[in-house]
Design a protein around this ligand. Structure first.
Ligand code: E4P
Length: 215
């Protein structure tokens, strides 16, 4: 399973890229808005210089025509740009047309496996089920990844990649990999937490103490 970073913060992207673990980046309007004063096009173009992999840029139109127009523009910014559209019928129209144009899409805000199946049929490159937000409703979000993985596995024609989104903890990363996700997109903090373990810290401390005390 590949690891993407879910942020528009260039410092976080630079840092995570230096760890050698990053295969791509996802953004959304909220994440872009969080970077006060940053221009959308410049941010996406800058990210593309830091990470050599898919960079998702999200449309804000509600109608298919508008999404297609935005998507065609984003695709000119960099060959690695993936156009994000919502899991709606208008989103499907955009996926279908953009795929015919040779433009890859990421169908976001997916909350049931039927949305994932239809997105794949329309030609989505990536489907993004939102695990954490499903958990918030009291339903186990990881079940969504399992269902989509099983449905996609049973159909040789489906090449759509499952991207586990709305990741809130290292446990979500582990479970996404076990459930069959191709990608997990993670907040920077969760990646940091993933590499933190009290026994790792304790072990380092002990090794250093023994090294200093050697005869
Ligand atoms: C995915 O592409 C989304 O940007 C993201 O994972 C949303 O996560 P949230 O539920 O933490 O906002």
């Amino acid at each position: 399973m590949q690891i993407f970073l879910d942020t528009a913060n260039l410092d976080e992207i630079r840092e995570a890229a230096s760890w050698g673990i990053l295969s791509g980046v996802t953004t959304n309007p909220t994440l872009i808005a969080r970077e006060k004063g940053a221009d959308f096009k410049s941010t996406i173009s800058e990210i593309a210089t830091l990470v050599d992999g898919p960079i998702s840029a999200e449309t804000v139109s509600l109608d298919g025509e508008g999404m297609i127009k935005e998507g065609r523009e984003f695709a000119q910014w960099h060959p690695n740009v993936i156009v994000k559209v919502p899991s709606t019928t208008e989103g499907l129209k955009a996926v279908y047309q953009l795929a015919k144009d040779g433009i890859r899409t990421n169908v976001t805000l997916c909350f049931n496996a039927a949305q994932a199946l239809l997105a794949a049929r329309a030609g989505a490159f990536i489907i993004s089920p939102f695990v954490g937000r499903v958990d918030d409703t009291g339903v186990e979000g990881m079940q969504l990844i399992r269902e989509i993985a099983q449905i996609y596995r049973q159909d040789d024609q489906i090449k759509t990649q499952i991207l586990s989104a709305s990741i809130r903890s290292p446990r979500h990363i582990i479970d996404s990999a076990l459930a069959g996700a191709h990608i997990a997109t993670c907040p920077f903090k969760v990646l940091q937490q993933s590499m933190k373990h009290p026994l790792t810290d304790k072990g380092i401390e002990q090794f250093l103490a023994d090294w200093k005390a050697r005869q």
